[in-house]
Design a protein around this ligand. Structure first.
Ligand code: ARG
Ligand code: GLU
Length: 721
């Protein structure tokens, strides 16, 4: 790049470095110090103390981490909780049968007795958080190796956690921030009896399906309702009939007032992972080198799925959830790579690095400490890339073939047989495998897998660095003259891992002599050859490079903070409670197009198509629309039902289900997605393009009350009109 251009881009970047309010996922306990004034200048009418307080009840007492990776918020004094439909999806599905198909028809508990228990589903509150950097780093010295350093820190963390939870039922976790420059303690309380209260039918909760996923304009009613139960003393307890609705310290009032362009909003939840401070080499690896490989491999799979799904409704159902899973991050990666390209993300990072090096060179102290950082990043990211790509091929291509992945799930059984395990041990493993066979074959369609096999292996063969090429590719060349299709026929004919009866027969009577032979099963051998390369070669290098890069990154972030003492740094997301704030507003996704900030019920009627599964509209919804029977949920100005809106809050995966709040801390919506043009914000945020997508709370209540006739649920809530 020409130097003048580099400087120009650096100038743009530095402009950005002063940090727009919209960028950032901030720590609740530092809000008063870092953000309160700005939030209030932007229109917020409450205080940082109202959001997070150590001594009094505050907004944070109404936020939970829901299940494994979503957020939920408490909206009544009886523990009622709102999250996304896609976050409750697993629970809704588990209660669904052909007779009560809650996924298709929706579910509404008409009394507390009808609410459904969900073993394993948890909701976790944050009790308090503290900076424990000093204790965590006690005894850590400059000359230590990364391992010595980590061992020392782990030892300190253990003590911190023990002290924090002594004589309580709380749980403690200590997490690194800024790549280990700071440590925070989180004390949490987990409730284990969380019941399903309501869910709309999928053609509301998942309206638009994967076609509309990650996109604006959006019309998905992505919500579901749960309730937290506690024991008689309001303490967490395992499910019991005697449990009672949890009395929260705080529940969030709901505003029906509506919102306008430019209004202040904030999102309070548990964003999973972002990587905003990476060097250019890392961003290039992700967005330019790795994403395209994964996108291509997923493309192949998805188009095969789709072709068969369109031919046969039974196959559509079999592959619905698999396709959704593959499609979600496929689409995210496409958006991310495009976004980085549009932003000239790699060049911007490089320009910053040029400036960084100039700063380093201008100070002898800095030069000593940081002089090698950028070249080292280059060296290690370059060295690591082939291992990362080999890993991507293993996961996305190798294990994208169902018969191979299925064979791999028998690894422990086959190993045990080879190691002459006794009958009891074999039976134990066999029993645990037996449970999976039925559900695996219920959603398995061999013609799809055969095509996927050929397609993915062809790509694998083309793309993989010869160093990491599994042995079976030689077999294909020698015995099958390079014909992957013929090799596939051979594998599918010889393997037992596409034969349910044979698999069950072996598991019912697990004999070592028989199981041992499976080590030669062609599908199993494929798995084995790949995993051997992974464990023997790929993984150790990945671990060692990532350790090195982690410690470089820690030093880099520290250096950046010294270089830019005026800049407010926010820590990367790491599944801890954060606040993002910004303003409601549309954007210009591309030349000649401008997006408005909200959608309405009219849009659902426009998208309606009874022949396309994702766009079916319920009669009851059409009736309400035709009669304009909207009650108090209509917008005060235009009289319409607003379905979703966008704002420039900085969010990521894990923010699903997060409350979106107004200037008074009242609930105006539920976060459920990001616009496609925003998905690079995990690596680089741009206020011109980044918008989170929020379900308008008025549409949610309209569906519960008017569509489902479950007004008793709305009556529990505190409504501000
Ligand atoms: N893109 C949203 C989030 O990660 C929603 C995903 C669920 N919806 C779907 N159509 N697959 O993750
Ligand atoms: N749907 C995502 C989730 O499940 C949120 C979208 C995003 O990545 O921002 O958390």
């Amino acid at each position: 790049m020409k130097r003048s251009l580099a400087l120009f881009i650096a100038f743009l970047l530095v402009g950005n470095l002063s940090l727009k309010a919209d960028e950032g996922m901030w720590l609740p306990n530092l809000l008063e110090k870092l953000n309160e004034k700005e939030m209030q200048d932007m229109g917020m009418r409450i205080s940082a103390e109202d959001i997070y307080s150590i001594n009094n009840s505050s907004l944070k007492d109404a936020i939970v981490r829901f299940g494994g990776g979503c957020t939920g918020e408490i909206v009544s004094d009886q523990g009622l909780l709102i999250t996304n439909h896609h976050c409750g999806f697993g629970s809704i599905q588990k209660h669904s049968t052909v007779d009560h198909d809650y996924l298709t028809d929706g579910f509404w508990a008409m009394s507390k007795k009808e609410e459904l228990a969900n073993p394993g589903l948890i909701a976790t509150f944050l009790v308090r958080m503290n900076d424990v950097t000093t204790q965590a780093l006690e005894g850590v010295e400059a000359g230590m190796t990364q391992k010595e350093r980590q061992d020392k820190i782990n030892e300190n963390i253990k003590t911190i956690k023990e002290e924090a939870t002594k004589d309580t039922h709380y749980h403690a976790i200590v997490k690194p921030f800024y790549y280990g420059n700071q440590y925070y303690l989180f004390v949490t309380e987990t409730f284990k009896d969380v019941r399903l209260v309501g869910a709309p039918p999928s053609n509301i909760g998942k309206f638009g399906g994967d076609t509309d996923n990650w996109m604006w304009p959006r019309h998905t009613g992505d919500f579901s309702i749960f309730r937290i139960y506690a024991d008689k003393d309001n303490q967490p307890a395992e499910y019991s009939e005697d449990n009672v609705p949890y009395k929260p310290k705080h529940h969030i009032p709901i505003s029906l007032k509506g919102i306008k362009e430019g209004d202040f909003t904030f999102v309070f939840g548990f964003p999973g992972r972002t990587k905003e401070y990476l060097p250019s080499y890392a961003v290039e690896n992700i967005a330019v080198e790795r994403n395209p490989i994964k996108i291509n491999l997923r493309d192949k799979r998805l188009s095969i799925f789709k072709r068969y799904q369109e031919q046969d409704p039974a196959v559509r159902i079999q592959y619905a959830s698999k396709a959704a899973r593959v499609a979600n991050y496929w689409k995210k990666m496409i958006g991310e790579s495009k976004g980085i390209k549009r932003l000239h993300g790699v060049d911007k990072k490089k320009a910053f690095e040029t400036e960084f090096v100039e700063w380093v060179n201008s100070k002898p102290e800095a030069k000593k400490e940081y002089g090698q950082l950028i070249p080292e990043f280059e060296t290690y990211y370059t060295k690591m890339l082939p291992y990362e790509q080999a890993f991507d091929y293993f996961i996305e291509a190798g294990l994208g073939i169902e018969i191979v992945k299925n064979a791999g799930s028998w690894k422990s059984l086959i190993n045990a047989a080879k190691k002459k395990a006794d009958k009891k041990k074999l039976e134990k493993i066999a029993n645990s495998l037996k449970g999976r066979v039925d559900s695996y074959f219920k959603d398995y369609y061999q013609p799809i897998d055969e095509e996927v096999f050929v397609s993915l292996l062809t790509e694998y063969k083309k793309g993989i660095d010869p160093r990491f090429k599994p042995e079976f590719f030689n077999l294909i060349d020698k015995k099958f003259k390079g014909n992957v299709k013929e090799y596939a026929n051979y594998v599918f004919e010889k393997s037992i891992f596409n034969d349910k009866d044979e698999m069950i027969k072996i598991l019912d009577n697990p004999k070592a002599s028989k199981i041992k032979k499976l080590a030669k099963d062609p599908a199993y051998m494929m798995y084995k050859q790949m995993i051997n390369i992974y464990i023997g070669d790929i993984q150790p290098s990945l671990v060692s490079y990532s350790n090195t890069l982690d410690s470089l990154q820690r030093v880099y972030v520290k250096a950046m903070m010294e270089m830019q003492p005026e800049k407010r740094f926010y820590p990367d997301a790491n599944s801890t409670l954060r606040i993002a704030y910004g303003k409601v507003g549309g954007f210009k996704p591309k030349n000649g197009t401008e997006y408005r900030y909200y959608t309405t019920l009219e849009g659902i009627m426009e998208k309606e198509n009874p022949d396309i599964y994702d766009y079916v509209v319920e009669d009851q919804l059409k009736k309400l629309y035709n009669k304009k029977d909207y009650g108090r949920y209509a917008d005060k100005e235009d009289g319409k039902i607003h379905v979703a809106f966008i704002a420039d809050n900085h969010t990521t995966g894990g923010n699903s289900g997060s409350p979106v709040l107004d200037a008074d801390g009242n609930l105006i919506g539920v976060n459920f997605d990001r616009c496609w043009e925003s998905t690079m914000s995990d690596l680089m945020f741009d206020p011109n393009f980044c918008r989170n997508i929020t379900l308008d709370i008025r549409y949610c209540l309209f569906v519960i009350d008017k569509f489902a006739g479950a007004k008793h649920i709305v009556d529990e809530m505190t409504i501000i009109e």
